[in-house]
Design a protein around this ligand. Structure first.
Ligand code: ZN
Length: 204
């Protein structure tokens, strides 16, 4: 799948995810407002918020009304529990708290979006990650004594990179000719995959 096609497909999936979360929240709000007592409290709350804003604007004390507002909040909470809802269920429950299922954070792709892209690419590649050995299985014994020390050091660095991925201070690993290898490291805990590839430009 082309990158643009992949992004468009994910954008649609994310839009659906958001709409679904917003739909359920809206449905719960309607359910709460069908309760007459809750509806009255909601109106009273709006009035109080307006009155408090006016008083604050006039630099007058707002404590009394603020106390009433707190009481209304508590009453609403009790009513919601009786209806079988809570305050959180009135808000959209997005699966990613970082991007609220928009897939973007500060004009960059969110990590969840990048991971979703990777998952599709990995699925398309038909590579079965469960069959791929990880760094714990890396066999250093096959190397000659001359190179083994170096390999062990590289392996140690690679393990550190994976353990702290994606927040590792190590961003790039460049191996020397004898140690060049291609491997995919799958971090099962974070469901992330790192692809190490030989760079032909490094061959001299
Ligand atoms: Zn996200």
């Amino acid at each position: 799948m082309e990158r643009q096609e992949l992004i468009a497909k994910l954008n649609n999936a994310y839009l659906l995810k958001r709409k679904r979360a917003e739909f359920f929240a809206e449905q719960n709000k309607q359910k709460a407002l069908e309760n007459k007592e809750y509806f009255k409290l909601e109106l009273k709350e709006r009035e109080l918020v307006l009155d408090i804003s006016k008083l604050a604007f006039q630099d007058k004390p707002t404590e009394q009304l603020a106390n009433k507002l707190n009481q209304i909040d508590s009453q609403k909470h009790i009513l919601l529990t009786q209806i079988g809802l809570n305050e959180n269920s009135l808000m959209p429950e997005y699966t990613c708290k970082l991007c609220n299922d928009t897939g973007r954070v500060k004009n960059e792709y969110c990590t969840c979006f990048k991971q979703a892209m990777n998952n599709i690419l990995m699925k398309e590649s038909q590579i079965n990650l469960d069959l791929i050995p990880d760094l714990a299985h890396y066999e250093t014994a096959i190397f000659s004594e001359k190179h083994k020390t170096q390999i062990v050091k590289i392996l140690d660095l690679a393990k550190k990179l994976v353990a702290n991925f994606p927040n590792s201070k190590i961003q790039t690993l460049i191996f020397d000719r004898q140690a060049l290898f291609v491997c995919i490291v799958h971090n099962r805990e974070y469901r992330m995959s790192v692809y190490f590839q030989v760079s032909p430009l490094l061959y001299v």
